[in-house]
Design a protein around this ligand. Structure first.
Ligand code: HEM
Length: 416
């Protein structure tokens, strides 16, 4: 059988920015793992070498020849022509911790990781429990005559927004301004809006964060931002620019990902009624169910683009210095060499060493928080809605095309 027949005539190598790819990810993932373990694909910006086998992804994310910061290897940014002068705030967003290399990365990560300790998580858990119940009250009260709501809009979206508000310590009265800024940077880094976002929205949000830092210096709070400011003051280890950059990163890394984990989780469970019934019968399975959702329907399917610091050869493919590479963790999570029956959704899967949170030094810092948010959000939703069901035919649920992210446009469901 030829490769094209295997793929039902889909185009290879895939264009990771296309709707066709978004709609047929798992067929492409299989083709990549089997036929092109280092595939040269259209991506953002331009083209990228994409590795897709589990062991190759883990190795790439640890490879010292691969760097995140183009400046580490004296390379111009491929995202923007060097003749365009960027506002400082936009430069900070492009060069945050996720785009940095050691030793800078180690220093930044060691300062911020305290915000994600077990104790900080336990403090947030109670508040997320109350928040999710309040959102469900509201959703029930505002559902349409047939009991349907867009679960993404009314439930999955507000949860991480509120958590980020708490972490950054944004007062309620400033939330409209902060939320506008968040939306602009989340939705504005693609297509025609990109320039406007970089030249207008990002500087506005940056000004707001700097103002907030000023206020917190005078009136410290019990939040992550205050913690970062104090780390700076005690040891002069974190500059104000780095704090602003970290807040941008928490927003870009922690908002949509959590929305998609909750949305993908609900959809996957509804599409697998036997597993949903098993979870309802034994709610203690929620933790392993969340792990299986992260593996089976990974919200992040490629890691941040990185640069090859020297010419190298992988699986016989020559990759020139300066090329962009990425690990397709979504494909790795279905690698049959690592996962038995990878296409089976099994909430009791064990072991389950999925790469949904990445691997290596940039592995997700917010993983404990994300796990907790998903666990509480899914548990409360299921507990309060024994007859939860999709409001439309499953074929009507649209997949979004954002490169690197696996998500759905909306999730119409009937509460009850
Ligand atoms: C809910 C689902 C989430 C998923 C699936 C997810 C996934 C990931 C992945 C795959 C990476 C590694 C990316 C790479 O190597 O380029 C990562 C990094 C990161 N994530 Fe998450 N994430 C989630 C939630 C969060 C949350 C809630 C936060 C914080 C509020 C967060 C903060 C971060 C940060 C700061 C990094 C960069 C770490 C570093 O560079 O050292 N993430 N995440």
């Amino acid at each position: 059988m030829t490769t094209l027949q295997t793929l039902n005539n889909l185009q290879t190598p895939p264009d990771l920015t296309s709707k066709e790819f978004a709609n047929n990810k798992h067929e492409y993932f299989k083709w990549m793992r089997q036929e092109a373990p280092v595939a040269h694909c259209k991506y953002v910006p331009g083209k990228a070498y994409v590795v897709s086998r589990y062991e190759d992804c883990v190795a790439l994310l640890k490879d010292p020849r691969v760097v995140r910061d183009n400046r580490t290897i004296d390379l111009d940014s491929p995202f923007l022509p060097s003749f365009i002068p960027l506002p400082k705030s936009t430069d900070l967003i492009l060069h945050s911790m996720i785009g940095s290399d050691d030793p800078d990365h180690r220093r930044l990560r060691s300062l911020v990781h305290q915000a994600f300790t077990r104790k900080s998580m336990a403090e947030l858990a109670g508040r997320i429990d109350t928040l999710t119940n309040n959102l469900l009250d509201k959703a029930e009260a505002t559902s349409k005559a047939d009991g349907s709501v867009d679960l993404k809009e009314v439930y999955a979206l507000p949860i991480p927004v509120t958590v980020i508000q708490e972490m950054v310590g944004v007062p309620d009265e400033d939330m409209p301004k902060f939320y506008k800024g968040i939306e602009a940077i989340i939705n504005g880094f693609a297509g025609v809006r990109m320039m406007l976002t970089m030249l207008w929205d990002v500087p506005r949000l940056s000004d707001f964060i700097r103002e907030l830092i000023e206020r917190k210096r005078e009136n410290p709070g019990n939040d992550m931002l205050t913690g970062l400011i104090q780390a700076e003051e005690e040891g002069q280890k974190l500059s104000e620019d780095e704090i602003v950059s970290m807040v941008f990163l928490i927003i870009t890394a922690g908002y949509q990902t959590t929305v998609h984990l909750i949305t993908n989780g609900v959809l996957t469970l509804l599409r697998h009624p036997d597993q949903l019934a098993k979870l309802r019968a034994n709610p203690d399975l929620i933790e392993s169910a969340v792990e299986e959702i992260l593996r089976f329907d990974s919200p992040v399917y490629t890691t941040e683009p990185a640069y090859v610091g020297e010419d190298m050869v992988l699986h016989g493919v020559s990759i020139a210095r300066g090329s962009i590479v990425t690990a397709c963790i979504g494909a790795a999570n279905h690698d049959p060499d690592v996962f038995e029956n990878p296409e089976v959704f099994d909430i009791e899967r064990s072991p389950n060493k999925h790469l949904g949170f990445g691997s290596g030094i940039h592995a997700c810092l917010g993983a404990p928080l994300a796990r907790m948010e998903a666990k509480i959000a899914l548990s409360n939703l299921l507990k309060r809605n024994p007859n939860l069901r999709l409001a439309v035919d499953p074929s009507e649920i649209e997949v979004e095309t954002t490169p690197g992210i696996h998500s759905y446009e909306s999730l119409p469901i009937v509460l009850g």
